[in-house]
Design a binder for this molecule. Sequence first.
Ligand code: PHE
Length: 495
Amino acid sequence: MVAPNLLNPERRMLLAMQGQPGKEVWSLNDVLAACGWTDQAVAVGAGHGLQNHGLVNLHEKVLQEVRLDDEGERALADGLLEARLWAWMASQNEPSMKDLQNAFERHEAGPGVGLLKQLGVRLEGGVLRVEDSSAVQTAIEVRTAFLHDLPCSISDLDPVLLAHFSGRRNLVTTIEHTERTWTVTEAGKAIAPEDLVEHLVVTDITPELLQTDAWREAEFRRFDVTLEAATPRTGRSHPMQALIERIRTVFLEMGFSELVDDYVQSAGWNMDALFIPQDHPAREMQDTFYLDEPGEIPLDEALMATWKAIHEHGGETGSTGWGGSYSTEVSQRPLLRTHTTVNTVQYLARHPNEACRVFSVDRVFRKEAIDRTHLPEFHQIEGIIVEEGANLQMLVTTLKTFYAKMGYPEVRVRPAYFPYTEPSLEIEVKWRGKWLELGGAGIFRPEVTEPLGITSPVLAWGMGLERLAMLVLGLDDIRQLYISDLDWLRQQPIL
Ligand code: PHE
């Protein structure tokens, strides 16, 4: 017969059993001794394997075993209470109750005398007496011997004594355990001993293994990758946090530095600085969260004068502006930023003549009704490149590089409109055969850069993080990201 592919412990156990053909039944201890093992689990495991191959039969018997409990261990070491009292009695001429109470603690004296009385000791005028002292002696010896014999199968014990000890506190306890024995089957006997020689079994391919020729002779352990395995539950980043970290890494690799700034801002920086007209619909209460506190965010008068000129007639930029009249009160209204461009434009104002590459991944707020694709709080991936000679081609290449590094190599741009960029474009990536819009970009208009004293071109973009997260995690409902569903969180890939 073709020998089944046995594991080393299975080979060893079967070989040992074949080695003693006269021996029918093998106990756990027999197997351990014959195989030179100390770990019961190895023997039981090997036995299971052999049983699965039909080479041994397993016989299991559930046994009740009586063992010493805490007090039983003590009695075995110091003597049973009745034995200690009896020894004390034997040492006295007139063993009086009074002396006994001095010699023993109260909690022992009372129950101890009770035990002796059951054995035939009587109390007469305060003195302990006994008629048949050898009967008491024998009873105590029998009880002590009982404890000495433990642990022991319940069926091998004297039922009267067992009942006696079971009625005393914490002396003995009964536990169930399974006794296993094995017998070799005909198929097991038929396996040739040559097939039971233990092999080097390789479970890990290591450089050391490959350096010699040992692997040529080795046997490779087969893995069943379809088997259920426990998934370790360890702490891990929220997928959103992990995605933000990945985006950071990509921008840092591309030579950008990160900008982190507040989300309470003035309408002036959030909109006026970006040449968004003061009557633009996006400024309305229903789109923007304005704040009551603080009452206003005071802005530099000179700066507002420049914005006023630009908005009303284009200032020095050659633009015609939006016309109408600009209000400094509107400019100083506090709000929750509606885009992170509010922070990049202030960064530019602080560093007007520096070439730079800056990015941020941060939270923005808009009064959106919550649905499958909208949340009132979300995140933007924002960035700028300021550099002499920077152009639209460079902007598109940068965005394509970013998305390619994120795993979306197919990117296209389409013309778009933003009040603060010219040209303006929309970025789309291909996902499951469809083009999805992920953000806006463009080159800042002179109406934005000139008041800040910037002469180099500024490439800028702002993209939705949640949109990207939906692609990366394959979601069709954006809310899934924030409901903290533990089962879902545990199933998310490590990004
Ligand atoms: N701020 C724009 C938005 O919120 C995106 C954008 C940023 C567009 C920079 C052009 C340049 O959608």
